[in-house]
Ligand binder design. Structure first.
Ligand SMILES: [Zn+2]
Length: 245
């Protein structure tokens, strides 16, 4: 990829997959660049987003609803969104204020090189996870979390919200597999990615100790578990991480 990240900390990188998990208030934003991406990584991301649209359009239609598609914004270096200005060190994120999925192409390189999660399906999982946050936004989960989150439970609420986005990514994977869109080894790539970016795994690497009370996304085991739950069931209802113990 053209613009490798310039030494952001692991911690920052790993906030990546859910930087907008607790959404910021919408504010003024500059227009994001538009137009079809011309490079391979951008084209792949667009293809994955289109595939998530097929799945979620169908699932929403089953309950008589229209799926409002999110917009994909590819960036390197920095990007301005309704959630503020984020540098590429933040990684991929979803901004509820403008309903856009922001994908930092440099993150994929890190995913492969630093976290040992290579492969195109690992990249697809990251996009599907951010689309999972979009689903939470349009179904009101974001608002409910925002209303019920307190200082005491904000980490736990964040973890539950992130695990649900993992599960929704799995739901997409279930239908992608049914459509014959996956290749052998794809599911394993996704599971490897989910395990690589668990909070316990990251903390072990960055601070040498594990402090569950400071988690925001859940452990490797939890992320794998919920991604797998969605993958196997294909059911949105199976992703009730808020009731699960
Ligand atoms: Zn997330």
């Amino acid at each position: 990829m053209r613009h490798p990240l310039q030494g952001p900390s692991l911690v920052l990188l790993l906030m990546a997959t859910g930087a907008c998990g607790v959404p910021a208030e919408p504010g003024p934003s500059a227009p994001a660049p538009t137009g079809a991406p011309t490079d391979a990584a951008g084209q792949f991301a667009s293809k994955v987003l289109a595939d998530t649209e097929d799945t979620w359009t169908e699932l929403f239609a089953q309950t008589g609803q229209r799926y409002p598609q999110p917009t994909l914004v590819l960036f390197t270096d920095a990007v301005q969104s309704a959630c503020g200005t984020n540098s590429s060190a933040v990684g991929p994120f979803y901004c509820p204020g403008d309903r856009k999925v922001y994908i930092d192409l440099g993150f994929y390189r890190e995913l492969d090189r630093r976290f040992g999660a290579p492969g195109d399906f690992a990249q697809a999982y990251v996009i599907a996870h951010e689309v999972g946050h979009h689903i939470q936004n349009v179904t009101g989960v974001f608002d409910r979390v925002r209303q019920s989150a307190s200082r005491a439970n904000q980490n736990e609420m964040s973890v539950r919200q992130e695990l649900q986005a993992d599960c929704y990514a799995g739901v997409w994977g279930h239908y992608a597999a049914k459509r014959g869109a996956l290749e052998p080894g794809d599911v394993e790539e996704g599971l490897t990615a989910a395990a690589a970016i668990g909070d316990d795994q990251i903390q072990r690497k960055t601070q040498g100790q594990v402090t569950p009370e400071s988690w925001t996304h859940g452990s490797s085991a939890q992320r794998v578990q919920w991604f797998r739950t969605g993958l196997q069931s294909g059911q949105v209802a199976s992703c009730d991480t808020f009731s699960a113990r």
